[in-house]
Design a protein around this ligand. Structure first.
Ligand code: BES
Ligand code: ZN
Length: 648
């Protein structure tokens, strides 16, 4: 477009850009001029929490947290302070510093129509009020909380509790202004049973305290969805370079081995996009019910134990959560409409870490697997009642922000950056991203602010035009989307094609060749059989995905005998296999491993496609219901409600 412009105009523009100071956006004035969050009642412009102190007592017997949320507010002349809550019981509200408190009136508003955002808590204040203390307790409807019975832990002797805040669940265990557009520091005093360790997304202890009392400090301002707590029979192992791992004690050794590359990931990330800003990076491995692969709680990533494969094949999830320490935790989506700015940037960053660790071929294979999933997701979205959900920036008013959690935000988001990289060059994009993280550190970002910054600091200075509007505000994938190729995946597709056509590329295959040994000619046997362990899991994923969904049960069995998919140690492979097993009705023959997996693992990414496939096949529909009946009490509410909605 630019080339048709008169030369003097172009030079003027380039001059203006080179001399303009870095675009000053997203300072506090700008923030308050951004629209309010569709998913929070909070009147942040009038009054917002700057620091939150929590006094908590965790009662496992009553499965209840008794708490006081002490809010230190920035008050801009408000007469009411509005907080979010859902599934909480409020006992009283006081104003003033601890020890000098006065009870005050409060009102609780009605639940929203679809019970998505919960209720508003309105507290009467005057223009001078800065300290508001909310006395409360959690209930069975506190959806963030997962109280695990001893049987669901690996020790089988001690119970476990953890929270999941993102997207809008923090309000179900703490009454607060639950919008990512507000940042706060927090501290906490937490009382737990004396034989259990408490951890938070904060500076953490490494040892049990005989008193059962733990004090926490998070001195950096974070959005509320990153406040997290875990309590259990947990031990710690240092991995060096400011990294470590927490887990139930019997898992610690295998965690340390599986995650030994964390310090290296940290070095790569620091080099790429600037110094890590959160003091330490520790990972807590949770019980199997954890609904995600990982959750980037600052200073303490929460991780799913399915990552412990024994061969480091799923450590990219940790690369992802570590990357969030920049994209998401340092620079945070202003609202859930721009989750892609958290997740897309993070997937791009994750892939860069994996490329540094495992090389470009493997990184491309990983990216292509996700691209394959994106294409399925785009087809589904196009045929759904919300076809506009394939845009990066989403309209979510009145809708559950969880809907933003799709391959669009993650993979289309990552391919936005990969395509941009191809256009501007890696060095230029890296310099831009590094500057972006530094400029917006500890602030929030929305699509408009991001694109203004992109224009001013990358595109205009280099006179590059890039169709970012089409990427962000249009449906589907723009035609300039980067195309990746992976010959190894093509070969796996070839094997699937052979198998679909009745062949068997996995039958034992040998070749003989003559070699000379000690002056004699000898026949040597070369084993050409393709074995499971010779390929990486992404190759098997693509192989399984390309098998016919009407493969006969006998042919499924034959494959299973050759490659042992049903007893794979890798949850990604198991997921693909169980989906195909459901589609082909082979599931009825492998009920035991299938049921065991679904009863044990609560990661939603696996549960949803497997239950969906079981549900869609009339022969396995009842099996889905039976398994869910048994499994649901083991799931975190996030997964339980998603599967329940699917099976309804
Ligand atoms: N922050 C997300 C999980 C999340 C997003 C929870 C939105 C609730 C709402 C986390 O970083 C994540 O993306 N986890 C992925 C990891 C994967 C993409 C490597 C997961 O759990 O699958
Ligand atoms: Zn993420």
């Amino acid at each position: 477009m630019m080339k048709h412009w008169p030369l003097f105009l172009i030079s003027l523009l380039v001059w203006a850009c080179n001399n303009a100071p870095e675009t000053p956006i997203a300072n506090t004035e700008k923030l308050s001029s951004l629209p309010q969050d569709d998913h929070s009642y909070a009147n942040l412009k009038q009054i917002h929490t700057k620091h939150l102190h929590l006094d908590l007592e965790v009662d496992f017997k009553a499965q209840t947290i008794y708490g006081i949320a002490r809010h230190e507010m920035q008050n801009n002349g408000a007469d009411t302070a509005i907080f979010d809550l859902k599934g909480l019981m409020i006992q009283k509200v006081t104003l003033g510093k601890k020890g000098h408190e006065k009870e005050t009136d409060f009102t609780i508003g009605p639940m929203d129509k679809d019970s998505i955002i919960g209720q508003a808590l309105l507290v009467d204040v005057d223009a001078k009020t800065t300290d508001i203390n909310i006395y409360y307790q959690t209930t069975g409807a506190s959806a963030a909380l997962d109280w695990l019975d001893t049987t669901l832990t690996s020790s089988k002797t001690k119970p476990f509790l953890y929270t999941q805040g993102q997207a809008i669940l923090t309000r179900t265990w703490i009454p607060l202004q639950d919008s990512p557009s507000n940042r706060l520091t927090y501290s906490a005093d937490v009382k737990v049973p004396t034989d259990l360790l408490a951890l938070m997304s904060a500076r953490n202890p490494t040892k049990l305290n005989a008193s059962g009392m733990y004090h926490f400090e998070m001195p950096y301002a974070i959005p509320s969805y990153l406040i997290a707590l875990a309590v259990g029979d947990i031990g710690f192992k240092d991995l060096g370079t400011g990294c470590g791992v927490y887990a139930e004690k019997e898992l610690l050794k295998s965690c340390a081995k599986e995650f030994e590359d964390l310090p290296q990931m940290m070095n790569v990330a620091n080099e790429l996009y600037g110094k890590y800003r959160w003091e330490r990076y520790d990972v807590l491995v949770l019980p199997y019910s954890f609904p995600f692969g990982g959750m980037e709680n600052p200073m303490l990533t929460f991780a799913n134990p399915t990552l412990l494969t024994g061969d480091k094949s799923l450590v990219s999830v940790l690369a992802h959560e570590l990357a969030h320490s920049w994209s998401g935790n340092l620079v945070t989506n202003h609202s859930w409409s721009d989750l892609w700015l958290n997740e897309g940037t993070t997937v791009y960053f994750e892939q860069r870490i994996m490329e540094a660790l495992s090389g470009k071929e493997v990184a491309d294979i990983m990216a292509l697997i996700e691209f394959d999933e994106l294409q399925d997701a785009l087809k589904e979205i196009a045929a759904s009642k919300n076809p506009e959900d394939s845009k990066l920036h989403l309209e979510l008013a009145g809708r559950d922000p969880d809907l933003a959690l799709s391959d669009v935000a993650y993979v289309k988001g990552a391919f936005f950056f990969k395509t941009l990289e191809q256009k501007v060059g890696r060095a230029a994009l890296d310099a831009f991203l590094k500057g972006y993280f530094a400029h917006f550190a500890f602030q929030t970002i929305d699509a408009e602010t991001f694109t203004a910054y992109l224009e001013a600091n990358l595109l205009r200075p280099q006179s590059i035009s890039f169709n970012y509007k089409q990427w962000i505000y249009d449906k589907g994938l723009p035609p300039n989307c980067l195309e990746l190729k992976a010959p190894r995946l093509e070969q796996m597709k070839g094997f699937a094609k052979q198998y679909n056509a009745g062949g068997n590329p996995f039958k034992p295959t040998y070749r003989y060749k003559w070699v000379r040994k000690n002056g004699k000619r000898k026949k040597q046997k070369i084993d050409l059989t393709i074995r499971y362990q010779d390929r990486i899991i992404q190759e098997w994923q693509i192989f399984i995905r390309n098998l016919n969904t009407n493969t006969s049960v006998a042919r499924m069995r034959q494959l299973d005998q050759a490659l042992h998919f049903s007893s794979s140690q890798n949850s990604e492979v198991l997921k693909e296999w169980f989906v195909l097993a459901a589609q082909t009705s082979y599931a009825l023959e492998i009920k035991k491993p299938l049921t065991d997996f679904l009863v044990k693992v609560g990661r939603r990414k696996y549960l949803m496609p497997i239950y969906e496939a079981l549900q869609q096949n009339p022969k396995t529909k009842d099996l889905a219901k039976q398994i869910f009946e048994k499994a649901q009490e083991n799931y975190h509410s996030v997964s339980r409600s998603s599967v329940a909605a699917l099976l309804k």
